[in-house]
Design a protein around this ligand. Structure first.
Ligand code: DQA
Length: 145
């Protein structure tokens, strides 16, 4: 089973970026959490991060027929991107949305997600542990299918 983990803009700055909101754990630690969750739940994981909307669309398209599940934190593009939503629908790969912070407790513009209803579920406010939760959820769904 293959799971692709996609992170959007500024997630590479974890640890340095607004630590009071996103915590002090770094992007490298996020990658370790993803790899460990993959091992634990029996999935091969691959990671992709980009600050560019089109690059994320390209990566989702390239996953068609090649991965079994997608974990995606579109970051700021969550609240703006019809293109990322359309790409997820186009490839039809089961996906889980992740947010490190609890977006519903933040500014009103963060309460809107363009991807939530095309994802199986959303994990929000669990810090980087949320990526492990999302991988576990996807592995269970995919193996039960
Ligand atoms: C985020 C929440 C978004 O609103 C924000 O733009 C991000 C990160 C999160 O993981 O909490 O960059 O997706």
């Amino acid at each position: 089973m293959k799971i692709l983990v996609i992170n959007g803009p500024n997630i590479n700055l974890l640890g340095m970026r607004e630590p009071e909101i996103y915590g002090r754990r770094t992007y490298s630690e996020l990658l370790r959490v993803v790899a460990e969750a993959g091992e634990k739940f029996g999935a091969e994981t691959e990671e992709f991060q980009s600050n560019h909307e089109g690059a994320i669309v390209d990566r989702i398209q390239a996953a068609y027929g090649k991965v079994d599940g997608i974990v995606i934190n579109p970051a700021a593009y969550t609240h703006t991107s019809v293109a990322i939503r359309d790409a997820l629908v186009a490839v039809g790969i089961p996906a889980v949305e992740v947010h490190i912070s609890k977006v519903d407790d933040r500014e009103a513009f963060r309460h809107v997600s363009f991807v939530c209803d095309v994802c199986l579920t959303t994990v929000s406010g669990r810090g980087i542990a949320g990526y492990a939760d999302a991988i576990e959820y996807l592995c269970e769904k995919i193996t039960k299918k």
